[in-house]
Design a protein around this ligand. Structure first.
Ligand code: PSU
Ligand code: MN
Length: 308
């Protein structure tokens, strides 16, 4: 074994030069979007990061090897995989030990990014506290990970399928900064506004980069969550989505969906109930997050390589 994580040549070179790198999760490829849009979007996101002046590092476990940076063939293999495991902190090591293939959630991607010295990670939405969590106890391991692993995560807020007020409360308890980008409201994934004020607001990549480095200097540990609103032209308003989310949640309960199956089921059901519109919105917000993440990574790289 050459170390716990294998860097693509491109990622290794960027790291050696202190150049900006943005990590990308892969659960969105295997469990978040249908074939073949999943592969197209994975490629588009990598392109958006390159256009933003950074190097993309898609994270996944392929036949037991944890990678930061995939070749196009590897990306396609993953996008076509029918039985890839959905990996989080609990099961990444088991998947590797058994030589199997799995995609990484936000939590597992943060762990891998940190191992590879990558500061910034772009995704669609993080996991959170599910509706009905008072009965089901379904709270994503992503929240705990944000409190312990020092990576800045750019997402479009938490998905509207979650209980957003409870998700904010848990993040506050865990000491995770939730930073709305360019607005006061917390964004809610497919919608620009959750109807909740975000705890923090920042308006440019540079101060976000500075806060990332300041947290490290203070020894606080843990990451930052940057909640970047979906572009206005792509959003699905909250009022439109509310009954659809309610329907999807009811269907999930009726079918007895639990555990890791809940988020993929809801995403697929909402895709059906919106005639595919949710997928178009999802694609737009992921690309938007990739661009912001590249800008933040560039600022961090500048600050590290040219200290004031
Ligand atoms: N964002 C998407 N689609 C997804 C996810 C996020 O647009 O499929 C994934 C992320 O990988 C996130 C995971 O970490 O869902 C959360 O799953 P759970 O609720 O089981 O923790
Ligand atoms: Mn869960």
């Amino acid at each position: 074994m050459t170390g716990p994580i294998t860097l693509s040549p491109e990622v290794a070179e960027a790291r050696a030069n202190g150049a900006p790198i943005v990590a990308l999760e892969s659960t969105i490829i295997t469990h978040g979007m249908p074939w073949p849009q999943n592969l197209e979007v994975a490629r588009q996101v990598e392109t958006a990061i390159r256009e933003g002046g950074a190097t993309p590092a898609t994270i996944a476990v392929l036949d037991g090897t944890l990678y930061a940076g995939l070749t196009d063939d590897q990306l396609e293999t993953l996008a076509r995989a029918k039985h890839a495991a959905k990996l989080s902190r609990a099961d990444m090591a088991v998947c590797m030990a058994e030589g199997r293939t799995g995609s990484t959630t936000v939590a597992a991607t943060m762990i891998a990014a940190h191992l590879a010295d990558i500061d910034v990670f772009a995704t669609g939405g993080i996991g959170g506290v599910h509706r009905g969590a008072d009965q089901s106890f379904d709270i994503s391991a992503d929240l705990q990970e944000l409190s312990r692993t020092p990576v800045t995560v750019v997402a479009a807020g938490a998905k509207a399928i979650l209980d957003l007020p409870k998700t904010l409360e848990v993040l506050e308890t865990l000491g995770v900064p939730v930073i709305a980008y360019g607005q006061d409201q917390l964004p809610a994934f497919w919608s620009r506004e959750a109807g909740l004020r975000a705890p923090l607001r920042m308006d440019a990549p540079m101060p976000i980069a500075r806060a990332h480095l300041t947290r490290a200097a203070l020894g606080i540990g843990g990451g930052q969550l940057v909640a970047n609103p979906i572009p206005p032209e792509a959003e699905i308003p909250r009022e439109t989505l509310a009954p659809i989310v309610a329907q999807a949640t009811k269907d999930a309960n009726r079918h007895g969906i639990t555990g890791k199956g809940v988020t993929p089921y809801l995403l697929q059901r909402i895709f059906e109930l919106t005639d595919g519109r949710s997928l178009d919105a999802n694609i737009a917000l992921v690309l938007n997050n990739a661009r912001l993440a590249a800008a933040i990574a560039s600022e961090i790289s500048d600050m590290r390589t040219k200290p004031a």
